[in-house]
Design a protein around this ligand. Structure first.
Ligand SMILES: [Zn+2]
Length: 155
């Protein structure tokens, strides 16, 4: 099991035999690699962690003012604009959206769970519908806010 014993025992928690949290590359940092294949629609894992009131670098939003800090699994899921997993913060489950071959990094869309990101960032996921600049679902890109700020007021 990837989780420490303090989180309890659940056979559906992410297992070390199924996943590896490893460095993808220097610029990306850590990611979660599937060690076996998963089929589209398959339940990948039940997740848990500590509930904290603030957005931190590795938290996922449960609801307004509640964020899950899971530094063993979900905190290291990478972003892609055409993700291969879906993360449901109500049922606390991770489900495969596509067939995921072994040795593939799990990717979620951060805007699925986050209204506001800890830090917006440029995306190079390579998918056809890549948004290019990743924000939370309720945020405008930092650049866009700047443009609005520069629009002169009409008299
Ligand atoms: Zn992208």
């Amino acid at each position: 099991m990837l989780y420490p014993k303090k989180y309890g025992v659940n056979p559906l928690f992410p297992q070390a035999t199924d996943f590896n949290v490893i460095t993808k590359d220097v610029s990306t940092g850590y990611g979660v690699l599937a060690r076996r294949s998963f089929e589209a629609g398959e339940l990948i894992a039940v997740i848990t962690g500590e509930v904290v009131p603030d957005i931190l670098q590795h938290t996922l939003q449960i609801c307004e003012g509640k964020h899950l800090l899971d530094q063993y699994f979900t905190g290291y899921l990478l972003h892609a604009c055409s993700p291969n997993i879906s993360v449901d913060m109500h049922s606390m489950t991770v489900t495969a959206l596509k067939n995921i071959p072994a040795n593939t990094f799990l990717t979620m869309d951060y805007a699925q769970t986050e209204e506001v990101l800890y830090k917006q960032f440029p995306c190079s996921c390579g998918s056809e519908n890549c948004r290019g600049w990743i924000t939370g679902s309720l945020e405008m890109p930092a650049g866009a806010l700047q443009i609005f700020a520069e629009v002169p007021e009409l008299n």
